[in-house]
Design a binder for this molecule. Sequence first.
Ligand SMILES: Cc1cc2nc3c(=O)[nH]c(=O)nc-3n(C[C@H](O)[C@H](O)[C@H](O)COP(=O)(O)O)c2cc1C
Ligand code: SF4
Ligand code: SF4
Length: 257
Amino acid sequence: MSTTIYYFSGTGNSLAVARELSNSFGSTKVIPISKAITGEIDLSADKIGLVFPVYIWGAPLIVCDFIAKLKQADKYFFSVVTYGGSPGKTNIQIKKLLKLQGIELKAGFAVHMPGNYIPMYGAREKAVQDKLFEKAKTKIAEIAQYVSSGKTGTFEVGGLVMNLLGSTLQSMGSKSMRKADKNYLADEKCNACNICEKICPVKNIKMQDSKPVWQGNCEQCMACIQWCPQEAIQHGKNTAGRARYRHPQVKATDFLN
Ligand SMILES: Cc1cc2nc3c(=O)[nH]c(=O)nc-3n(C[C@H](O)[C@H](O)[C@H](O)COP(=O)(O)O)c2cc1C
Ligand code: SF4
Ligand code: SF4
């Protein structure tokens, strides 16, 4: 039984989940959506997983674009979303988007991980993160068991209030997301190392006069701001001095283009 997992990840949570699932499945390819979307998408595996973070109670735009490129395939498709507070109805959104391509989502899961949205909050303390990772480990083992046995019908969503609120905010917020990179800037700590340019999954950063310049096609994945070794990237006025977050088992080199 072969499996391919397509993932999107800015700070490593979804990549770590994709890797842990692949370890449980055996013969599994783990492929970044940002690369797969640029070519012919391989759907030859028996099981196809989509693993990615929740953005504004929905799927990242690049994941929606990726799904729109998929050709009809009668395979066992499953989704795993990682989230920091509430996953909203992201798995239902994915089910609907796949249906438009003639694909049936067999199951959708949600894994609670540390939040990474630094414009609103800094990284939680290590003890809190470790507790979440411990719980996630158990959850991932359960998901692996479910998918391996070929069961269907589970579609995990958030609580009722956040789902209602989230659906409205999602449709409003996601439209302006790509252009919203005008809030990023590199401060005087920038030493022109180029890592942000190399790490951006959609090549939205170009170095000009030894400073990063954002190009208006941002996925808001937080990779640039969270991985900058100098903590030189800021989002508006609130992020200076806020603790950065990266999944501890993932390295910057895992993201390099
Ligand atoms: C732009 C953006 C929007 C987010 N929106 C939500 C949200 O609506 N609900 C939630 O629970 N977490 C939200 N988060 C937190 C991420 O879903 C969570 O930290 C995720 O595990 C990050 O995955 P990654 O490390 O693979 O990038 C958001 C993060 C970002 C960057
Ligand atoms: S990663 Fe940070 S230090 Fe390196 S070029 Fe980008 S902003 Fe500057
Ligand atoms: S510019 Fe930064 S936040 Fe936007 S997609 Fe690239 S790495 Fe992610």
